[in-house]
Design a protein around this ligand. Structure first.
Ligand code: AMP
Ligand code: MG
Length: 364
């Protein structure tokens, strides 16, 4: 009898425990289903010549605000480090590694921050992989076109030839161990316009993650980096603009934790004699690249996406597609003759919404 009672008590206790475990699990599910959606914190600043938006999601507004402020501070720090335009001798030039390297061209090496070294090392790698299409020594040619100023214009051909002679990424001496950089000839100039924004955005994403942010979007004038999924646990849907029709879209691409960056002939350009002269220069000719209207690269790292979008914009379409593939990235290319091409990986992840102005044959 005593034994039976003990057995019955044990069974009741075990059942109770099982029941409470189920309840706990049920309670958790219930909490998730009913919990309010995470709060959104949006902030904007004008940085790197563009409007930068940071959207972060979470439960603690003060923490979100702090994380966003730290992300902006990091972007500003990288932008200042890579700024080539301060006047020589100014405090802003002293604070910019790129300004100091350019001022010292043909002279003594300059000690730089690890971040500058990282950008230049990546630039050198993709200079090789793009067979010279990507060239951060493009500075003297950019200056002649005047795209950084108010009145860009066609440069005189002789001056262009002279400036092109100074474009050669193999003449950037990088001493990685000593963190010293030198341009071998006076007049050479680094221009990180095709990489610094992507790098700044990637660093800002790392800052957000360090602050515990698990869902976020950074948009630096179309240079997009997302962390995690949307707050509703869906992939982010990123619109790719029609390069000829303002706000119309040509495609919608889904990304989960990664980056999408577009280089286009519609960002900075002027028209003369019925020709569109834009700011992405083929280092082989000194003139704007002619094969594409836009190149959108989707990959994990925003620095690589920024570099590749510029390189793929310049290269002939077939070579652009193979560079993206060999770099583990996806590419959506709008060619100069109105074709929409993309890497096979985008079959599943993109919707093409282009109108009759474009030819689309499954991306091929
Ligand atoms: P993005 O909009 O990222 O394609 O970058 C365009 C900017 O990159 C230009 O405004 C220049 O500052 C710079 N740039 C132009 N042509 C080249 C090139 N061939 N290689 C590297 N940077 C370039
Ligand atoms: Mg770029």
């Amino acid at each position: 009898m005593w034994l039976l009672r003990r057995l019955r008590d044990m069974i009741v206790r075990m059942a109770g425990r099982l029941f409470s475990l189920t309840l706990l699990a049920g309670g958790l599910l219930l909490t998730t289903a009913c919990s309010p959606p995470p709060k959104e914190h949006v902030s904007e600043q004008f940085l790197m010549d563009t409007l930068v938006t940071v959207k972060v999601y979470g439960d603690d507004p003060a923490a979100l605000q702090q994380a966003s402020a730290a992300a902006f501070a990091e972007m500003r720090r990288i932008a200042d480090l890579a700024d080539r335009f301060p006047s020589p001798g100014s405090p802003a030039c002293a604070a910019s590694d790129i300004c100091r390297i350019n001022t010292q061209a043909g002279g003594e090496p300059v000690t730089v921050k690890p971040e500058t070294l990282e950008m230049l090392t990546l630039a050198r790698r993709y200079h090789r992989e793009s067979h010279g299409a990507f060239a951060v020594t493009i500075g003297p040619v950019m200056d002649l076109w005047g795209f950084a100023g108010e009145t860009p214009h066609l440069p005189p051909p002789q001056q262009l030839t002279a400036a092109l002679a100074l474009v050669d990424d193999n003449r950037i001496d990088i001493d990685t161990a000593a963190r010293r950089v030198r341009l071998t000839q006076a007049g050479m100039k680094l221009d990180l316009g095709a990489i610094a924004k992507g790098y700044a955005v990637e660093r800002a994403a790392a800052v957000l993650r360090r602050h515990g942010v698990t869902n976020a979007l950074i948009d630096a004038g179309g240079n997009i980096r997302v962390i995690g999924t949307t707050p509703r646990r869906q992939p982010w849907r990123i619109g790719v603009k029609d390069p000829r029709h303002g706000e119309a879209l040509i495609a919608v691409v889904q990304i989960n934790d990664g980056s999408a960056v577009t280089s286009g002939d519609y960002h900075r350009y002027f028209e003369a004699d019925g020709v569109r002269w834009h700011h992405i220069i083929d280092p082989k000719t000194g003139y704007p690249a002619r094969q594409a209207r836009s190149a959108t690269v989707i990959t994990g790292d925003s620095t690589v996406a920024d570099i590749l979008s510029t390189a793929c914009f310049i290269l002939p379409p077939e070579r652009a597609l193979s560079l993206a593939t060999s770099s583990g990235a996806e590419l959506l290319l709008i060619t100069a003759d109105g074709r929409i091409l993309h890497t096979p990986g985008l079959d599943e992840r993109s919707e093409i919404v282009a109108g009759a102005d474009y030819r689309y044959d499954h991306g091929r």
